[in-house]
Design a protein around this ligand. Structure first.
Ligand code: UD1
Length: 471
């Protein structure tokens, strides 16, 4: 139904009928109370709602069965490439060389997901604009872009940087990138693309209105990355450039080794369709998903879905039975993404219970003090069980995972800065043993890895300065 057709009352009647038939009869009453321009605005938005999907989601919600991408009952700990096996091995060196070749041949792109609403951090604006550089106050976006820049220089390749946004932060993200000159990357190698939105509903399954003439919508989850890659034409653009693998990560983790060659190499060597990095869980209660396998397929069980007895179960070695924590770093093979999205990808929709402001029957805005709404999201890792060939690679937490989730306490800006500081000091120790600056920051674009860092600072005299900022 086009917005233009809606000017004519006939189509309005059909929209009203369709929503009433879908159990959303309050929509008609709501329309009745709007003046013409506002009614037209709302009708245009209503026309974009996939009513079949909405009905299915509400029906699933009323049945209240847990939504999981993998059968939990038969889940076993998965095979993984454990650190003690790979660290310092010939296999690791071979994988790294192979990954470096892939980067130099221009076969790889980097993709950061940044479409979420970041409610726990309580930061106003895209989370990628949050300042994390201990000395430079560099933003998360600048941090990740700097790593891509370092890889481009090191391997002499045109590596695209993809950024997933959502309606809520797309414009602000584009402005931020433009205002900072794309952090030194060529503008046409920065591909910002938007995920889809889905309506939020109340506990009865009724659509909520965020304003008189607007539905309350929420991003459709990072599973939306895959559909948005295809729908936005980004997948075509990547294929046209000969890209074969996408290095995927989350905006909230400044420690991620963007485009890690060893990981890319292990992935390619095994012709894996989706590869994942994992960290040993800090403790049973840590809020990370866990890798598991069932019926020969790999998947991730989200922390909120993991039954307590599985969460606390111990293996014979005394360690947690499900110990492989999801740090949301993956490599997706482009041909796998193409195959998934061609067939009309159907990932399960998970439900998140949230507090969502809405307008009541008097058109007054209500900001609820309690949770009042359900949002629907797909998870990118629910694509794992759809792959025949996968890989899980263990990595050291202190080198790769320190996400910013909360304002304070664990997984906060303070812990991320602490872990960055420690990582910088480990690099510094290789070049200037004993140097102990009061504060240190190594810009992400300064060096791609510790070897490049050591070569670059050899002969620099001032490594012992109290505030050491290497740009
Ligand atoms: C997520 C993982 C969890 C993992 C942990 C590691 C999910 C469901 N769970 O948990 O298994 O152990 O990270 O840090 O992802 N995003 C979008 N669009 C959306 C929703 C999210 O782009 O619609 C992005 C966010 O911007 C963020 C990332 O996805 O970069 C993760 O979202 P978040 O809600 O913080 O996930 P967690 O619950 O922390």
């Amino acid at each position: 139904v086009s917005a233009q057709k809606l000017e004519d009352g006939g189509d309005e009647a059909s929209v009203r009928r369709r929503f009433a038939a879908a159990g959303q009869d309050h929509v008609g009453a709501h329309l009745d109370r709007l003046d013409r321009p506002r009614r037209a605005a709302l009708l245009a938005q209503l026309a974009t709602v996939d009513l079949d999907l909405l009905q299915r989601l509400v029906a699933e919600m009323k049945r209240d069965r847990p939504i999981v991408g993998l059968d939990i009952g038969s889940a076993e700990p998965p095979d993984w490439l454990a650190l003690e096996r790979v660290a310092g091995s010939d296999e690791e060196r071979r994988a790294r060389r192979l990954g470096e070749e892939r980067l130099a041949a221009g076969k790889v792109a980097a993709l950061v997901v940044a479409g979420g609403q970041g409610t726990r951090l309580g930061f106003d604006g895209p989370k990628g604009c949050f300042e994390v550089g201990p000395l430079s106050r560099r933003s998360l976006f600048a941090w990740h872009a700097g790593k891509v820049l370092a890889a481009r220089r090191r391997f002499g390749a045109r590596i695209p940087f993809l950024v997933l946004t959502s309606q809520a932060n797309d414009e602000a993200t584009r402005e931020f990138f433009a205002a900072q000159d794309h952090f030194g990357l060529p503008a046409d190698d920065v591909m910002i693309f938007r995920q889809g939105m889905l309506p939020a509903v109340d506990f009865e399954g009724k659509l909520l209105f965020e304003a008189e003439d607007r539905l309350a919508l929420a991003p459709d989850g990072h599973g939306g990355t895959l559909t948005a890659l295809a729908a936005s034409g980004t997948l075509d653009a990547l294929e046209a450039r000969g890209i074969e693998d996408v290095f995927y990560f989350q905006v909230d983790n400044p420690l991620v080794k963007v485009l890690d060659p060893a990981f890319l190499g292990h992935h390619h060597e095994r012709a894996s369709q989706v590869s994942s990095k994992a960290c040993r869980k800090r403790d049973a209660a840590e809020k990370v998903g866990v890798f598991a396998s069932s019926e020969g397929r790999l998947g991730i069980i989200e922390y909120s879905d993991l039954p307590a007895e599985m969460m606390n179960a111990r293996a014979a070695d005394g360690d947690l039975r499900f110990r492989a924590g999801n740090i949301a770093i993956h490599v997706f093979a482009i041909d796998f993404v193409r195959r998934l999205t061609q067939g009309g990808l159907r990932l399960p929709y998970h439900r998140a219970i949230k507090s969502v402001p809405y307008v009541d029957a008097n058109f007054e805005v209500v900001t609820p003090s309690h949770k009042n709404a359900v949002k629907f999201e797909t998870f990118v890792f629910d694509a794992l069980p759809l792959a025949e060939r996968t890989l899980v690679l263990e990595t050291a937490r202190e080198e790769e995972f320190s996400p910013i989730k909360n304002r304070e306490g664990e997984d906060s800006p303070a812990t991320a800065r602490r872990d960055l500081d420690a990582a910088f000091r480990r690099w510094l120790a290789t070049a200037a043993p004993g140097a102990a600056p009061e504060a240190i920051e190594i810009a992400p674009s300064f060096a791609f890895d510790v070897e490049e860092f050591a070569a670059k600072v050899a002969g620099v005299r001032d490594l012992a300065s109290r505030r050491l900022l290497l740009e």
